[in-house]
Design a protein around this ligand. Structure first.
Ligand code: CA
Length: 415
């Protein structure tokens, strides 16, 4: 799902909290207790808002009349995944043999359309097919939720009311302009629609009518769907024919303390620090490219220099694993070999949410400020991890893996 406005879902395992079970077991009447107003009060008030904003009353009726909240949406929204899926497991699934061969077959079926989209938007077609594969299994899995009902449920629930109501306003525009009909609007529980999994606001900003029939049909028309994905990437700064990333080797004694994932330098400057391609050597063209150094699973794991096109893919889905997955799929389509990185630290997986909370508590007791104690490893927790690593003779890579967790818990116990 494109993340012009999004929340991260992709890498989370489908964990299920005790709370989610309770919510499912409860009745809708019981659910209403968690909200500040009954659903019908929210619905009728929002319908009135839309009409006063000039939305055609017939469209408001088509969207909202008789609508009821969807308890499954509440359950999904309130489920906090316990386990963090390791990037190597994600990539294995994302770039499976089946996804590669299905993608080759799907692309062959629409080859003229793909070439047309590539020419019009100057976005590499193999990348578009990779996105198509990860978003909807080449159009096969688009989600069967009524997006208006899902977004209305989220708006009423209240945690993201402003976001959900703005998506519903975009839905009203989609219908008013004739791009799509009320009955078309199927998607994920969180409002991501069609073969590209666009949320409505992204649809209004980026979806296109590639085949020129007046509709932006990202559900049934591959040209509209892939053209819309290409338009999003083009507007995010896609550089046609340029690479997404290079897997690299770090030199002995690399200065992890001086590195951060947001630093951007020319490849020539990274090369001067002793960073080289994992296979082969830098070409002259590479050296002027602007790049960040991304190390997703710690110092003893694959490292990547990532380029402008990587950042464009993050606009689609703000996940390092996703962007790598799309690029590996594209390489598999183009050359027959994804060339996946090996040597992932399978004995040092990312820690779970409850372990992250324990880690944060132990870091705080040891005098390293992890920010909140919420079980989410964000920038503040990473900074605390790196300070702990530096003080304890470990590579300060900020990776919240099992080995780091064990070291912090031991240090806290020995305090
Ligand atoms: Ca169309």
């Amino acid at each position: 799902m494109p993340n012009l406005v999004r929340f991260p879902l992709r890498l989370k395992a489908a964990g299920r909290s005790a709370l989610a079970g309770l919510v499912l077991a409860s009745s809708l009447a019981g659910l209403a207790g968690a909200q500040d107003i009954p659903f019908t009060a929210w619905r009728d008030g929002f319908a009135s808002d839309l009409r006063s904003e000039g939305v055609d009353p017939a469209i408001v009726s088509a969207m909202l009349d008789g609508l009821e909240p969807d308890p499954t949406v509440i359950e999904r929204d309130q489920t906090q995944p316990e386990f963090v899926r390791p990037i190597w497991q994600y990539l294995e699934g994302a770039v499976s043999d089946a996804r590669v061969s299905n993608g080759q077959r799907a692309a062959a079926g629409i080859s003229d359309t793909l070439i047309g989209v590539e020419e019009r938007f100057e976005v590499d077609r193999h990348i578009l097919v990779g996105i198509w594969g990860l978003e909807s299994a080449y159009g096969e899995i688009q989600g069967n939720f009524d997006v208006v009902r899902s977004l209305s449920t989220l708006a009423w629930e209240g945690r993201r009311r402003g976001w959900a109501e703005s998506q519903l306003r975009a839905v009203a525009q989609m219908i008013a302009r004739g791009y799509a009909s009320r009955d078309d609007l199927l998607g994920s529980w969180a409002g991501a629609m069609g073969q590209t999994q666009f949320i409505p606001a992204t649809y209004m900003e980026r979806a296109v009518d590639f085949d020129g029939d007046g509709r932006r049909d990202i559900w049934r028309n591959e040209g509209d769907a892939l053209g819309s994905a290409a338009n999003l990437l083009a507007r995010a700064g896609w550089e046609y024919g340029e690479p997404v990333f290079t897997q690299v080797s770090l030199p002995q004694g690399f200065d992890f303390a001086g590195w951060s994932e947001s630093q951007r330098r020319n490849v020539a400057d990274w090369a001067a620090l002793g960073i080289s391609p994992a296979s082969g050597e830098w070409a002259a063209d590479d050296l002027y490219r602007s790049a960040r150094l991304v190390i997703p699973a710690g110092a003893n794991a694959p490292a990547f220099l990532v380029y402008r096109n990587f950042e464009a893919l993050l606009r689609y889905n703000n996940s390092t694993a996703y962007a790598l997955g799309v690029a590996y799929l594209a390489r598999a389509f183009e050359t027959g070999d994804a060339g996946m990185a090996t040597g992932w630290p399978t004995d040092n997986p990312p820690i779970s949410r409850s372990q992250s909370r324990e880690l944060q508590e132990a870091l705080a007791r040891l005098g390293y400020d992890p920010g909140g104690l919420d079980g989410v490893v964000g920038p503040n927790t990473r900074r605390a991890i790196r300070a702990f690593q530096s003080a304890n003779g470990l590579e300060p890579d900020g990776y919240a893996g099992l080995a780091l967790y064990n070291a912090v818990i031991a240090a806290d116990a020995a305090r």
